[in-house]
Each structure stands twice: as C-alpha cells, then as structure tokens.
Design a protein around this ligand. Structure first.
Ligand code: NDP
Length: 615
C-alpha cells in the first residue's frame, strides 16, 4: 500500500502518522465505507463553498461522486418454534423503525437466501430444540448456509441472539452454529452473540440495546442506546395488562381426570376463568402456567441444608424479599441441575467431590450425575454446605413457566381457557419424582384455586385463513389438545372445509382423551373423519403413522386438494416418524422420487401448510 508523507499530501506530520497507522488496518468494506463517508462530508463542504463564492465555475466546484454510504436497511430473521424469537424480533423491528431504519422482518424460511449476498445488516434471532436442532422455520435457511451454495458474505455485518435452556447439553447450539457460519462466510459481527437461558428477558433486552447501538455507531448516527434500553424494557408491552412478566391469577373452574379407572396415566382437563383479564387467544396458541414446586420437596431441601424456612431471602434479582419457603416454592427452580449451577455451587461447599465432578476429563460423569437429579440430591450428596440460604438462592434460576397447548376456542367458550396436562410421576435414583407443573395442576389446582397464567401466541400453528381448506390433524396423547380448539373454532365459524383427525394413545377403554367430544363432532359433521391407533390393545403396537400409511391414497388426495397438515405432541420419536410416513405417502401416491417427495413436503412447510407444535 502507498504510504502518505508530509510532502505528497496536504496533511500535517501528526495527521500523516495517524493515517498511516489506520489505513493499512482497514478491511475493503471499511475503506469503501470511509470513502463514502468522506465524500458525503465533501458534499456539504462543496455546497458551502459554492454559496459563498457564486462566481466559481460549476466544473471547478464539482465534488467527487459520493461512494455508497452504509445502508440503513436492516434485515431481521427469526427461527422460532413457540413464538418467543418471533415476538422479540417483532419488538426489535419496531424499535429500529422508530429510529429511522428501514427493516425487513422475516421468518428464516420466508427469506430468499439469494438476497443474502446483498444484505449489509443482519440481525438473527433463533432458538434451539431437542438435541441442538433448529426450529422448523429455520431449518431450510440453516441448511442453505451450510450448503455449497452459501455465498461469501464479506459485506455482511451481523449479530445473533440465541434462545435455549442450560439444562440441555447443546445449549443454544443453533444460535452458535449460525454465528460461527456467518463468520466463516466472511461476515463481521456488529456485536457479540448473546445466549439466553429460559429467563431470557434481561439478556435479550441487553442484546437489543447492543445491536441498536452498534448499528448507530456503524452508520455514524447519534448513539441512541439509552432510548433503546428504555424501549427494550418494554419489549413485551401487551394489549392486556397481563403478560409473561405479569401473569393473571386465573380461577380454576374445572379440573377433571380424562383417563378412566385402571389407566396407568393421569391426564387432567383444566378450565380456567379469564373473565376481566383482557386476555384472549386464537386456536393454536399456548397457555403459560407458573407452577409451584412440590411442598414436600421444598421442606426436604430446607431440612437437608439445615436452614430456617421463615428466614428472609431475596426472591429475585430486583431485590424483592420473602421467606425462604416462599422463595423455594414459587420463585426458584429446584428440580433441574445444570452445569453452570454446579459450577456456582462448587464454590459454596467444602465437599471436594463436586469440584472433581467438574474437571474437564469427567464430562460424562457430570452428565450422568445431572440426569434425573435435583437440588435435594445435590444438597445431600455434597454436604456440608454452611452457606446462608440468602446467598445460596442467588445461584438458582428463576422458576420458569410451562407452556401447554390451549384445548378450547375463545369463540366457543368466551372468557375461559382450557388446557390438557398429563401428570408426570416417576422414580429415579431411589426417590419419587414429580413433574413440577403437571403435578401441581393434578394435585393442587382444585376448583376455586388460582393459577398465574399468560397467553403465548403461536403464529406458527394456525388454522388456514380459508375456512374451505381441508384440515388434517395428527395428535397422539396430549398432542390432541389444540385440535379440540381447532374444531370448536371451525364449528363456531361454520367452516365448510373437511377435517380429519388422527389420534392415538395406549388403550381404547381408559385413555381415549375427549372421546365424547370427538363423537359429537363427528355426528354434527364438524369432524369429517377420525382414525385412531391404540398402541397397547394389540400384541403389535399401532401408532398414528400406521394409520397415515393405511389411508395413504385418500391422504394424498386431500393434500392435492390443498389440505393443511398439523402435527402436535412428542418431538423425539412421534414427530420424526410421522414426518417419515408423510414422505412415504407422497412418494408412493404421487409417484415421486424420495427427493421430489422431500421437496413437496418442504414446499408445504414453506407455504405454512405443514405446521408442527412438538415438544
Ligand atoms: P405419548 O406421546 O407418550 O403417548 C401417546 C401415544 O403415542 C401412545 O399410544 C404411545 O404409545 C404412542 N407413541 C409412542 N411412540 C410413538 C411414536 N414413535 N410414534 C407415534 N406414536 C408413538 O403421549 P403424552 O401425551 O404422554 O406425551 C406427549 C409428549 O408430551 C411427550 O414428549 C411428553 O414427554 C410430553 N409431555 C407432555 C406433558 C403434558 O402434560 N402435555 C407432560 C409431560 C410430558 P406407547 O406408549 O404404547 O409406545
């Protein structure tokens, strides 16, 4: 690179030195940007000269054409399963628009990947599922970035927000993958990635502040980060005064066991009153419920630690205070162990075993220990603690809400919300364990009691806008819940489209959830077809996907008529097997190759005609 000297430039010695230090460190993009910036300054200077000296001929006053200044266009892409990333992305978009940015907000699967090359500012929000997998609507974009077709992205400035759960081994893996891949392709980070645990509000607000600040700095606009902070604090401003951050205490109207006597399962149908809350919802949305920990577990933990249940401790980071019993019942998570928690706890005990468990070479032992154990195990296994409760609780995560698919329609049951919960009880490591929320709902949510709840909208699980479109619903077990809402809604709408439900559970006699509802709907024509698979009534297991294959011709005909398919329930096995069965149906009935069938199903997903709510 040519060096500047005092003699070959109009600069002073110290300016030359500064420039010679700076210029060689600039990337190509930075040089282009700087060129545009200086040229833009030149416009103003030129304008001032011409005004002061009108006699200067136009050609002498001419200024160099401005190089393109950095764009104020920002692309926000989200990959969201339950709607959290989508909500944050929408909120971020609003804030950027307020500051004069032009925003292109899109789900990853609706974004045309070939426009990525031209994108200058990219903000990407994505959650992680299962064993480190992307959400459904991030999958195609994820695969594109990792494919040979992915372009070089030297002009790209980006930042990633990851949502996840530290109790999973592959915490925020999808966010990490995107962040790393964009860097590999030549992108430059606007601000560092932030990985959020379940309680994501504060770190997400921090990330929003940082990216807005970085965008403003990059575009040389005034730094309005303070305004952004203020705005970020109101990220969840809802229409109703009640939200995830301020739940509504809804009265329990009804709490029924849907399983018959002799069943090995207990599934509760719970009806709550939302009267006066201002809350409402659409079919496909979820209900967030803040549970209480099991009172016996709380008591046993306090005893094991040698604490006093009535002593005062912090309830949260805001500085609210309450009794230890209250804190452990309603405010802190005590049933899940995570590596970050164990790392903190190791500083609070003199028992050497915990430090050893955290040694890098003992990763597998750590994983085995965490699996299925809770805080009581930790308290007992690594005593003595001799740590004040007020200090110990500060290392605990906030007790997170659980989400359940809503099983009623607002139009059919105004001012009420129904949901469906299977009680989780099992034995592990020599002790009875209880699912926090499901057992709270099953054992301690009698009619008249109140549950703190909020509505979590799910834009990725919605009935077709066209009421004439056929609807295929696949929901074994508690996965059937949203389809009760769908069908109630269609009944109120008087929708003409055909409906087909595939349902399965263990036994016909004891486990046929909502049987009388489906029978009535069949009689009234709201439900056109019902196919069931009871897995433990026959020697050989029969699952919903077997029914799909048995009726493949009709199923394919429905798809060709424009049907929308919905899958809800178990993610690990069922959703995967159903997906494979759908591919087989399309391949065989459509006379397609495996690749063509996969492309067909991808297109359905792209067109939001194949939607899943799996967990
Ligand atoms: P399940 O999915 O466990 O069982 C429903 C039916 O699906 C059973 O007949 C079961 O058969 C069958 N099944 C098992 N494997 C497959 C498969 N690969 N493909 C298709 N069907 C299969 O119902 P649940 O409602 O209990 O659980 C659904 C999901 O919800 C799970 O992921 C569970 O962990 C989760 N969950 C939900 C709770 C809630 O209250 N909503 C509470 C706790 C967990 P079989 O058992 O005979 O093999």
């Amino acid at each position: 690179m040519v060096q500047l000297h005092v003699t070959n430039s109009p600069f002073s010695e110290s300016q030359v030195e500064l420039l010679n230090r700076l210029v060689p460190t600039l990337t190509e993009t930075q040089r282009i940007w700087l060129g545009g910036y200086l040229a833009a300054l030149g416009v103003n200077a030129g304008a001032a000269v011409s005004a002061a000296e009108p006699s200067v001929p136009a050609e002498q006053a001419a200024i160099p054409a401005a190089a393109p200044a950095a764009s104020r266009e920002v692309t926000i892409l989200f990959g969201s399963q339950t709607g959290n990333c989508q909500r944050l992305a929408t909120s971020l978009s609003g804030k950027l628009k307020e500051q004069g940015f032009s925003v292109n907000l899109s789900a990853m699967n609706s974004f045309k990947p070939n426009t990525l090359k031209k994108t200058e500012n990219l903000l990407l929000l994505v959650s992680t599922h299962g064993e480190g997998e992307p959400p459904d609507n991030a999958r195609s974009f994820y695969e594109f970035l990792y494919s040979k077709r992915a372009p070089q992205l030297e002009g790209l400035h980006y930042s990633v927000l990851g949502l996840g759960d530290t109790s999973y081994e592959f915490f925020c893996q999808t966010g990490k993958d995107f962040d790393q891949r964009l860097e590999e392709l030549g992108g430059a980070r606007l601000s560092p990635r932030i990985d959020c645990d379940l309680d994501y509000d504060d770190p997400a607000a921090e990330w929003i502040t940082q990216v807005i600040s970085a965008l403003n700095a990059r575009l040389n606009a005034p730094n309005i980060a303070a305004a952004a902070v203020q705005a970020a604090e109101h990220a969840d401003a809802p229409a109703s005064p009640f939200s995830r951050n301020q739940p509504y205490y809804a009265e329990v109207l009804e709490n029924l066991n849907l399983n018959g006597r002799g069943s090995d399962r207990e599934t509760r149908h719970i009806e709550l009153s939302l009267e006066g809350s201002g809350l409402s919802f659409e079919p496909g949305d979820s209900l967030g419920v803040y549970p209480e920990n099991h009172p016996q577990l709380v008591e046993d933990l306090i005893t094991a630690m040698g604490w006093d249940a009535q002593q005062t401790v912090p309830l949260n980071k805001k500085g609210d205070k309450g009794t230890l019993r209250e804190a452990l019942l309603r405010h802190y998570e005590i049933t899940v162990l995570t590596k970050p928690l164990l790392e903190q706890a190791a500083k609070l005990t003199s028992a050497p075993g915990l430090q050893e468990l955290l040694l890098p070479e003992r990763q597998q032992a750590l994983k085995d220990y965490i699996q299925g154990r809770d805080l009581l195990d930790l308290a007992v296994d690594f005593a003595p603690w001799e740590v004040p409760a007020a200090e110990f609780v500060t290392i605990l995560r906030k007790l997170p809400a659980r989400l359940y698919s809503i099983s009623s329609s607002w139009s059919a049951n105004p001012d009420e919300v129904h949901f469906t919960v299977r009680a989780v009880r099992y034995e592990a490591h020599g002790r009875q364990r209880y699912g926090v929320c499901s057992v709270h709902c099953a054992e301690r949510a009698e009619p008249g009691a109140k549950l703190p709840v909020f509505i979590q909208s799910n834009p990725n699980f919605k009935l077709p806008a066209n009421p004439d479109a056929p609807v295929i619903m696949i929901g074994p077990g508690t996965g059937v819940a949203p389809f009760r809402s769908f069908l109630e809604e269609r009944e109120v709408q008087g929708a003409a489209g055909k409906t087909w439900l595939f349902y399965g559970d263990r036994r016909f006699v004891t486990d046929f959830l909502y049987q009388t509802d489906w029978q009535r709907m069949l009689k009234d024509g709201v439900l056109s077809r019902l196919d069931v698979a009871f897995s433990r009534d026959t020697a050989e297991k029969v699952y919903v996907q077997h029914r799909l294959l048995e009726h493949s011709r009709e199923l394919y005909a429905w798809l060709q008529e424009g049907a929308h398919i919905y899958v809800c329930g178990d993610e690990k096995h069922m959703a995967h097997d159903v997906h494979t069965a759908l591919l087989t149906v399309i391949e065989e009935e459509g006379g397609m190759s495996a690749e063509a069938a996969a492309a067909y199903l991808d297109t359905l997903q792209q067109e939001q005609r194949y939607q899943r709510d799996v967990y």
